[in-house]
Design a protein around this ligand. Structure first.
Ligand code: PAF
Length: 294
């Protein structure tokens, strides 16, 4: 399964890979005795953004555990699920290079022994109804389902998430509060390509010409950050959405929201801390990004 040429050298770190809960618990019990456990959940197709989470996690914890599980419960669009990139062998090599100690690689029946369509519901208030929640109904309930299960299994001291999925970070923070877990959420800055495009596993699905257009999504946020002033925000939203449409995107939204609770803002008092969030399709690929404004 592994390409030995990539692994040769005087020192080779060996990561433990486990697929079932019993084996995982045995390793975690030993690890817990030595100190804090940091957890980086992923759906694989790893890129620099994920690897940066692993690096931060390694610095802050004695034991780093990553998971790779493409969660069927969080895909509201079956095509997106079918086309989600899977690169397990490469991911394993990358994680080993970062000296991630443990990888949890469960099959679907380990995470969802009773199927994933169960009725578990997490009351997230408005958080799963606005922005991504409006355009991807059920998505955040699916995220909560899997993260709740993973956190119950791993019980980490700290959980590492990327700011690119800003709303997801807030949803998971809320889930942790609702379920009274002890895990601390650490949100790490978005990793970007040199042209500003936020790194995402979905970027590999962009054609050459779409890839050239894609950084506009970041530029539009930068521009909004420069433009914003006290008063109505509607003009900026409309203008940013129109610019994306003219460039060939199909925008779902360009919004400003409160950094505290993600409530959508149409006006600004010049003081409240805001985040700008955008989601738009380029062809079949849906891209999201955000920027803290002040
Ligand atoms: O951000 C992701 O990759 C996923 O939503 C997560 C948090 C691993 C849950 O499946």
């Amino acid at each position: 399964m592994r390409n030995l040429a990539d692994l040769k050298g005087p020192y080779r770190f060996i990561m433990i890979i486990v697929k079932n809960i019993d084996a995982l618990q045995r390793h975690l019990d030993k690890a817990r005795a030595n100190g804090n456990i940091g957890f980086v959940p992923t759906m694989g197709a790893l890129h620099e953004g994920h690897l940066e989470l692993i690096r931060t996690c390694r610095k802050e914890n004695v034991q780093t555990i990553a998971s790779i599980f493409v969660n069927p419960a969080q895909f509201n669009d079956p095509t997106d699920f079918q086309k989600y990139p899977v690169t397990i062998e490469k991911d394993i090599l990358l994680l080993e290079k970062e000296e991630c100690q443990l990888l949890f690689l469960p099959p679907v029946e380990v995470i969802y022994p009773h199927g994933f369509k169960g009725t578990a519901y997490f009351d997230l208030g408005d958080l799963d109804k606005i922005l991504e929640g409006r355009f991807r109904p059920g998505h955040f309930q699916g995220v909560c389902k899997v993260v709740n299960r993973l956190l119950d299994i791993v019980q980490p001291t700290r959980l590492y998430l990327g700011q690119k999925d800003f709303q997801q970070c807030m949803v998971i923070q809320k889930l942790i509060e609702l379920t009274k877990k002890n895990t601390v959420v650490r949100v790490c800055p978005t990793k970007r390509e040199s042209d500003g495009l936020a790194m995402s596993s979905r970027n590999v699905r962009l054609s050459e010409s779409q890839r050239k257009t894609a950084p506009l999504i970041h530029n539009t946020l930068l521009r909004a950050k420069r433009q914003i002033k006290k008063g109505s925000l509607l003009m900026i939203k409309q203008e940013r959405t129109a610019i994306l449409s003219e460039a060939g995107f199909r925008p779902d939204y360009f919004e400003f929201a409160s950094l505290r609770d993600l409530a959508i803002k149409d006006t600004w008092d010049g003081e409240e801390k805001l985040v700008a969030l955008v989601a738009a399709y380029l062809g079949e690929v849906r891209l999201i990004d955000n920027m803290i404004i002040n």
